[in-house]
Design a protein around this ligand. Structure first.
Ligand code: F0G
Length: 475
């Protein structure tokens, strides 16, 4: 699982460090410190590198060659194959459980649904990770950092996938004990069952994700528990590698668009950093555009970015705009609400980092309804390996952007499918059901009116001839 080489943490501390993202502050901290915010100004932190001294690879060939050494777990891992682009820990400290063996699939049927020309729409299946979501990319990096600083317990608030991932890393490696905070009744059974099965201490809060996030920050600080939510900058280092694998699968060609669902905004932030750094070190000469897609029932980023004009503004975002919006949410007692429970979040912790990514990648933000999400999800299932509802927001968003003419039919578009189809089978079954009561209860209550792409099960008597008749009628 882990290997030793000559590089030590001591050597790395001079070339890798933590840095406040606020340019006017720019405070730095050692990589062996545990922080989720800048002590001087309270902003988020990056993991930063002195690339001049690190001398990263000058060609993507370097990473290609790693595959021939895949007997080495660090070359096999889809995260650590790119270790030289996230060099904050020596190889001896790296934690891997085989994450990042994911697939970029071109899907012409989904392309047609979206409005793209054949061969121009790709689906990046992050559901193929060990715990079934993209979170494993970041968790392997956070665990690696936690190990270098000798943490004993790790905690997170979660809509289900971060908690499943944390619990899996704890159960496989036995390096840490997991404490997870979830909103009671707010996560799908697929995800809850993972946390329980993997043996995590599961704390169900009478509240939603935003409440759980606020509590876990307080409690983990008080008890000295290592926090693995994406406010932890090491998490996002791992999530950069999703973009490296997309490039790898495209023969190192940069696509035109990356489309990703937005919840706590860790992924979008990490993708911006990935492309910014690749350009900085000279491995690419242009970056794709970024589209972040909110569910309309949890649309803080859309509201702030597209309606109220909030921008990173080279490091001076107008935080009063955000503050005012949150006060409105509180005054109206408005809580996030969407069938895409993974992104049912109103107070995204990485908002400012995401604004920075949108600036770096000339980004746009859109919102899509639960109806759009479920129709797109059915199309992903019918044209590929399937995904959970939140993931399909990316495809629904791409369709919307194509209809607007923002995305051109011949542009190369990569939609990130963040979580496995089996994470939330209830939503899938409710969409395809013939039981109107079930449909109304689960989906109708969320404004979903029809299931245009439903594949309904055929009810038939327990009778050989009736079964044959039904098959001949429907196949
Ligand atoms: N898709 C899935 C399947 C997710 O689980 C999440 C986030 C997102 C998209 C949004 O990603 O936060 O980087 O913008 N899930 C978190 C969790 C919040 O707790 O599992 P983001």
């Amino acid at each position: 699982m882990c290997r030793s080489t000559a590089i030590s943490v001591a050597t790395l501390t001079d070339v890798a460090f933590q840095k406040c993202i606020q340019p006017s502050c720019g405070a730095t901290y050692g990589i062996n410190e545990v922080r989720v915010a800048c002590q001087a100004c309270g902003q988020l932190l990056d993991v930063a590198y002195d690339w001049d001294r690190l001398k990263p690879p000058t060609s993507f060939n370097f990473f290609e060659q790693k595959w021939s050494r895949r007997g080495d777990p660090l070359a096999f891992s889809g995260v650590w194959r790119f270790h030289d682009l996230l060099p904050f820990a020596p190889p001896s400290q790296v934690v891997t459980i085989g994450e990042g063996q994911t697939l970029l699939q071109s899907s012409d049927s989904v392309a047609k649904f979206v409005g793209q020309n054949a061969g121009r729409l790709y689906l990046q299946y992050e559901g193929m990770n060990p715990s079934g979501s993209f979170k494993d990319n970041g968790m392997s990096a956070a665990f690696t950092h936690a190990r270098t600083i000798g943490a004993q317990r790790a905690a997170c608030a979660s809509t289900g996938n971060t908690s499943a991932s944390l619990a899996a890393y704890c159960s496989v490696t036995k390096l840490l004990k997991a404490v997870i905070f979830v909103g009671s009744g707010k996560i799908s059974y697929g995800k809850l069952s993972q946390a329980l099965d993997y043996g995590a201490l599961t704390v169900q809060i009478a509240g939603d994700f935003d409440d759980a996030m606020a509590r876990v920050k307080e409690v983990s600080q008080e008890l000295g528990i290592y926090l693995v939510n994406s406010v932890n900058p090491f998490r996002l280092e791992g999530q950069k590698t999703i973009m490296f694998r997309v490039l790898e699968a495209l023969g190192w060609e940069v696509p035109d668009w990356i489309v990703v669902p937005g919840g706590n905004l860790g992924n979008s932030s990490a993708f911006g950093k990935a492309f910014h750094e690749l350009r900085e070190i000279g491995l690419i000469d242009r970056v794709p555009r970024l589209a972040v897609i909110n569910a309309s029932g949890a649309n803080t980023l859309f509201e702030l970015y597209e309606r109220r004009g909030l921008r990173w503004n080279s490091g001076s975002p107008n935080s009063e705009v955000t503050q005012r919006y949150y006060e409105e949410l509180d005054a109206e007692k408005r809580r996030a609400s969407t069938i895409a429970s993974a992104i049912e979040i109103n107070r995204p912790v990485n908002l400012d980092k995401c604004l920075r990514a949108l600036e770096w990648m000339d980004g746009v933000v859109r919102e899509v309804t639960d109806q759009d999400i479920l129709d797109a999800k059915a199309q992903v299932g019918a044209g590929g390996l399937g995904c959970e509802p939140a993931s399909a927001a990316s495809v629904a968003g791409a369709k919307l952007l194509a209809a607007e003419g923002m995305i051109q039919p011949d542009e190369r578009v990569v939609c990130i499918l963040t979580g496995h189809q089996l994470k939330d089978p209830d939503a899938t079954v409710a969409y395809h059901t013939t039981d109107q009561e079930l449909f109304n209860k689960k989906l109708g209550s969320r404004g979903v009116k029809r299931a245009a792409y439903a594949n309904r099960a055929v009810a038939v008597a327990n009778d050989r001839d009736e079964i044959i008749k039904a098959i001949q009628l429907y196949s």
